[in-house]
Design a protein around this ligand. Structure first.
Ligand SMILES: [Zn+2]
Length: 197
């Protein structure tokens, strides 16, 4: 009985570390139907305002709501993400493209840059989010894995990253996505502070 409880505790701890602060749960939902028929010029100038978020996959709403109105970054923002990727690689950050994953993991040791994992279908907004985590890590001189144990820092990083996403969505006039991002930010706060007791 005790052994079982002990094992359960370990599992919970492990799963909360893998979801720690700088990690974002993900959906591999591809470019949605609603964007069909819109050109990149329309999408990048806010032309998808009429898209109703209420029919969207809840998993996508929780992981990358901007994708619903701007599609995957590789479609209409390929130059922008190439630039982000080369900036990251110049800093020594490994960028791994992998389905169903989006995260920035600090380096194993303090002073070492981390690793960014990004879904091939991620939106430009999601790219900016993970990029911001990398920039925040750079700003503290590469904090290493200890960063994951600092709830206040993780919360600050999430606020900074969501701010980038909300700025972009605001500039394009996607107010309903801004509101969804706000809800996701609140959920991150619970994840960071709610699992530690
Ligand atoms: Zn994040």
């Amino acid at each position: 009985m005790f052994k079982k409880l002990f094992l359960t505790t370990i599992l919970i701890v492990v799963s909360s570390v893998s979801f720690a602060g700088v990690d974002d749960s993900v959906s591999s939902q591809p470019l949605g139907e609603p964007l069909d028929g819109l050109s990149c010029q329309e999408i990048t100038s806010g032309g998808a305002k009429n898209i109703n978020l209420s029919n969207a996959d809840p998993k996508l709403l929780a992981s990358d709501p901007s994708r619903i109105v701007m599609g995957r970054a590789s479609t209409c923002y390929s130059n922008e993400i190439s630039l982000l990727q080369s900036n990251l690689e110049d800093l020594g950050i490994e960028v791994i493209v992998r389905s169903d994953a989006m995260s920035y993991a600090p380096g194993l040791r303090a002073g070492e840059p981390g690793q960014m994992v990004i879904d091939p279908d991620a939106s430009y907004s999601a790219w900016l989010h993970e990029y911001q985590h990398a920039m925040d890590d750079k700003a503290i001189g590469w904090g290493g894995m200890r960063t994951l144990g600092d709830s206040d820092l993780r919360w600050q990083w999430e606020q900074n990253a969501y701010e980038e996403e909300m700025k972009l969505m605001n500039s394009l006039g996607y107010q309903s996505v801004v509101e969804q991002l706000q809800r996701n930010l609140e959920a991150e706060k619970l994840k960071i502070y709610g699992e530690t007791h």
